[in-house]
Write a protein that binds this ligand. Structure first.
Ligand code: F6R
Length: 359
């Protein structure tokens, strides 16, 4: 039941702060220690490389996971698009461990990989929102997202829940491997900050509605740009906009734009810079400037600690490792309001189904 909400998508965006609190209370202890299956952590600790597999938004959550596992647990991590992995036979390390990300737990492309993984007796973990789904049943280990049913075709709370679970898991694995950075990373406190931060962004929805009406509804093309972890969020942000508003959007590494794609910038093309990382903030700002001087209408989604006078949307400060949990929320809302203001069916975009059960 969507209650007072016109669309499930808005309800599901609104539920994200509570999902973060729920993950903190279910998967961490009051002391801040992760509360994760010890056998799972032990199995992951034996691995020399992690292989994350997913499709669409879940793949994008995997890209964030790579940063978390590499930084907090110091384990090399590859992220694969499920439909590619299944037929590419990538070279594996000596002791691989597989992580499947899937909201529905039914994505055929991901399942095809898991069937192969099981045939080789490799160990795996499925992180899913649906208990007893196919990917849940067939993996060695499981963790639930506890996000509640996601009805809208465009995935929102599953993405942030997947990143939340990955952060907890990376913290637990990093601690088991005695990584100082993991020991010092207070995931429970951070998830609390994220929950409050998400709420603050959601409370600004009218501003985002205005932006959508003015700049995104008339656009036929848009770009999200960023570096590092912000680049991964740019991919997810663009996917959201494409799938429900039909604005052709691309997520891009901000430094790569000038190597060709900048030719697409015209008068008024919206370009949104995602800026949450201190090391690369100024670089992305100058890349934005390059598009502005070619006529782009530029906007910023900036972490508070890095904000400047003319920034468009300022998001609260959290640890730089988990900024996607906040920076994606304005992008979800931009997609929502663009679709809504175009009079489209937000929850049921054309040509799409909630779970893709064919390869
Ligand atoms: C985008 C979206 C899809 C799914 C993808 C994988 O908003 O919902 O890209 O993320 O089809 O689905 P799951 O996570 O169920 O495996």
């Amino acid at each position: 039941d969507k209650g007072p909400y016109p669309y499930y998508m808005l309800k599901e965006i609104d539920e994200q702060p509570n999902v973060m609190r729920k993950l903190a209370s279910l998967y961490t202890e009051e002391s801040g220690k992760p509360n994760v299956d010890a056998e799972l952590i032990n199995a992951m600790k034996q691995a020399d490389r992690l292989y994350i597999v997913g499709a669409g938004t879940s793949y994008h959550a995997g890209l964030v996971g790579k940063k978390l596992f590499e930084k907090l647990a110091h384990v090399p991590t590859e992220v694969h698009i499920a439909s590619e992995f299944a037929y590419e036979n990538p070279l594996l390390s000596k002791k691989p461990f597989f992580i499947f990300l899937s909201q529905s737990g039914e994505t055929a492309d991901s399942r095809e990989v898991l069937v192969n993984v099981n045939a080789h007796n490799y160990e795996s973990l499925t992180i899913t929102n649906v208990e007893n789904s196919t990917l849940f049943r067939e993996a060695t280990y499981t963790m639930l997202l506890h996000a509640g049913p996601e009805i809208s075709v465009a995935s929102t709370k599953a993405y942030t829940a997947q990143i939340g679970v990955e952060a907890i898991l990376a913290k637990a694995l990093g601690e088991a491997k005695e990584q100082t950075i993991a020991e010092e990373f207070d995931i429970r406190q951070q998830l609390g900050l994220v929950a409050t931060g998400m709420q603050a962004i959601i409370d600004e929805k009218d501003t985002i509605d205005d932006l959508a009406k003015k700049y995104f509804v008339p656009a036929n093309r848009a770009f999200y740009i960023g570096r590092g972890i912000d680049q991964t969020v740019s991919l997810e942000s663009a996917l959201k906009l494409k799938e429900i508003s039909y604005v052709q959007a691309e997520g891009f590494a901000s430094g790569e734009l000038k190597h060709g794609t900048i030719a697409l910038i015209e008068e008024g093309t919206p370009v949104i810079g995602i800026i949450t990382q201190k090391r690369t903030a100024n670089l992305t700002r100058s890349n934005l400037q390059e598009t502005e001087s070619r006529g782009a209408a530029t906007f910023t989604i900036v972490r508070k600690g890095l904000a400047e006078k003319d920034d468009t949307l300022v998001i609260p400060d959290v640890n730089e490792l988990i900024t996607p949990l906040l920076s994606v929320v304005p992008a979800q809302l931009i997609a929502y309001f663009t679709s809504l203001n175009k009079g489209l069916d937000v929850d049921r975009p054309r040509n799409l189904a909630k779970s893709v059960t064919v390869e």
